[in-house]
Write a protein that binds this ligand. Sequence first.
Ligand SMILES: Cc1cc2nc3c(=O)[nH]c(=O)nc-3n(C[C@H](O)[C@H](O)[C@H](O)COP(=O)(O)OP(=O)(O)OC[C@H]3O[C@@H](n4cnc5c(N)ncnc54)[C@H](O)[C@@H]3O)c2cc1C
Length: 372
Amino acid sequence: MPHEAVGQVTEIARRNAERVDTEGVFPAEAVAALRESGLLGLVLPEDVGGSGCGPVEFTEVLTALASACGSTAMIYLMHAAAAVTLAQAPPPGLPGLLPGMARGAVLGTLAFSEKGSRSHFWAPVSSASANGDTVSMRADKSWVTSAGFADVYVVSAGSASGAAGEVDLYAMAKDAPGLTVAGPWIGMGLRGNASAPMTIDASIPLAHRLGDQGAGFGLMMNTVLPWFNLGNAAVSLGLSAAANTAALSHVGSARLEHQHETLSALPTIRAQIAKMGISLAAQQAFLAHAARSVSEPDETTMLNVLAVKASANDAALAITDTAMRVCGGAAFSKHLPIERAFRDARAGSVMAPTADVLYDFYGKAVAGLPLF
Ligand SMILES: Cc1cc2nc3c(=O)[nH]c(=O)nc-3n(C[C@H](O)[C@H](O)[C@H](O)COP(=O)(O)OP(=O)(O)OC[C@H]3O[C@@H](n4cnc5c(N)ncnc54)[C@H](O)[C@@H]3O)c2cc1C
């Protein structure tokens, strides 16, 4: 992992995180630092100028970023998810796209979720129809991280083939006619990541499609899913680690002066921080295991991919809740950075595939049933 670059970007993200959250503004300074750092090319192949790093380094970078600023980490995750997908099936009409992403000139994101099919991103209700060497597309995208700030959007639609269940993916530039930010982003957490709705009413060159006609579903399942689930789990655990660290520091220093002791002298508090620390350590170990399993796939990899996001998302809900609880009013009233992690951590489990959908998929997989 490029430790120096990660340290520098993380420090800038940390310095701006409180303001980004309070004002609900895009973390421009941290994203500018990411562009400069080379980290936007971390997981891209070396032949397009990337660093060629794998899932293990990727999750380590994301965990570090999320411990400083959840919004910056989510923006980075969506960029990386777009980058690996574009690298898997580069659109023939955009030869400069991957080198641009690798050198930090192009920030990417995914525009999958739709108003009609909600969190079931694999089933877009929007459609595209072929028209010579272009397709006409009409879509209502419900949440797009970095909306209006990303330079390239990987957008999904029902395939122009018209075949039921087939999906196509296209790359759209920020300034493509017909790609519009359709409203504001106001979230309880990740308040800086501009996850606004977007509409698409556009004519897109066929040469901007990723892969063959109908290849979108396979790209979603085989490329997006492993990288996104690992990265989303890493964000959950970075937020959890930040809450855990702040809580330990507080209970070890906040004093009950009349009893000549700190909060950590209370057995109930110690039991809570023990559970929090054990859960965090177990989740970190599972994330490292899942990342190695995606690097070196075997028959357990798909189960690990399904499990890692749900399990880290739910652990983050519990860990940040415990951190709030043991730190009392000091956490509730913003004296500590814990309530930001608590709010930011609520996003993971509702980001698609949601934790509950993943439990259902995992259950189907171990029961020998088809996922879809
Ligand atoms: C901060 C943030 C950033 C986002 N960024 C992006 C982005 O960059 N790109 C993008 O495409 N999308 C993005 N999304 C959208 C996200 O991935 C989900 O699609 C969205 O959060 C789902 O919300 P919904 O209200 O449509 O959920 P719904 O689909 O209405 O789900 C509501 C509840 O039903 C449950 N549920 C639904 N189906 C099932 C099922 N089959 N089995 C069990 N339970 C089920 C869900 O788990 C959830 O608890 C983002 C969302 C957030 C909050």
